[in-house]
Design a protein around this ligand. Structure first.
Ligand code: MF3
Ligand code: CO
Length: 266
């Protein structure tokens, strides 16, 4: 069953969404050459506590940390470690929070110092895949319209999309229905209705789509060792389009406010 949330529930999800984005932006600023991914975990853990929020990932199916920090050929679900970031790396920072019983879930890929032109392009195209997916997230469309838009743009640019992991509904649990794959056919899948809240999260590989999961049972890496990028937003479906719940510094596509960084600050 796909839940349609009330206006007040969506405002609660927006609070969680904004918090998670705020913390991700702060964490991105900490992610510099010489900093370990465990340093980032400690930073975000402290900030979560200050914000009065709980981590959504820690303890989820036994995941040990608040943050997933997936470097280079790691796609998602990398457990923070002593691994130090170095100039030219890219790192997917994925964070989930619970505030007042409602989940926030978002991810971005950060560049460490100067990165190569091909990596800049991989990051840009993955962000564009997310934007194109979000543009399809409107009432009357189907989940497959999002999936198709994401896959199409990635493949058109010579990349591939990961199939083993998908976007998802989000609300009072981290993962709710429906699944939101990053591949599929337009016009297929569940119909999107006002009040549905979904997380769209393209994972785009520079090489082949195949994935391996490491012995730690979590870290997903590309089978061919090529790099991968990942971005994630939570959106609410409105009659007029997607209302992005995990941002506060850009013009939203929904009617109403342009939120500034200032207003978004907690
Ligand atoms: N954003 C990811 C997801 O929605 C992160 C989950 S990490 C986990 O699946 F540890 F909670 F599994
Ligand atoms: Co997610």
């Amino acid at each position: 069953m796909i839940i349609c949330r009330s206006k007040s529930e969506i405002e609660k999800l927006r609070r969680s969404g904004r918090l998670v984005r705020q913390l991700l932006e702060e964490t991105r600023r900490q992610a510099r050459p010489g900093v370990s991914t465990l340093d980032l975990e400690r930073f975000v853990e402290g900030r979560l506590e200050e914000a009065g929020a709980k981590p959504a990932f820690k303890g989820y199916r036994g995941y040990p940390c608040c943050l997933c920090a997936s470097v280079n050929e790691e796609i998602i679900h990398s457990i923070p470690s002593e691994r130090r970031l170095k100039e030219g790396d890219i790192v997917s920072l994925d964070l989930g929070v619970i505030l007042d019983g409602y989940y926030g879930d978002s991810a971005l890929t950060a560049a460490i110092g100067e990165i190569s032109e091909p990596l800049q392009r991989l990051m840009r195209v993955t962000q564009e895949c997310l934007d194109l997916g979000i543009r399809q997230a409107r009432a009357g469309n189907r989940v497959g319209d999002i999936s198709w838009a994401v896959q199409q743009h990635a493949e058109e640019n010579g990349y591939s999309v990961v199939r083993e992991f998908v976007g998802h509904g989000v609300g009072r649990a981290l993962h709710e229905e429906p699944q939101v794959p990053n591949y599929g056919q337009a016009g297929r899948g569940p119909v999107l209705k006002p009040g549905m809240v979904i997380a769209i999260e393209p994972m785009v590989n520079a090489g082949r789509a195949d994935v391996k999961v490491l012995k730690d049972k979590w870290t997903a890496v590309t089978a061919d060792g090529q790099y991968s990028a990942h971005f994630e937003h939570m959106v609410a479906i409105t009659p007029d389009g997607a209302d992005i719940l995990t941002e506060f510094d850009e013009v939203r596509t929904a009617p109403g406010a342009t939120l500034t960084m200032q207003e978004g600050r907690l």
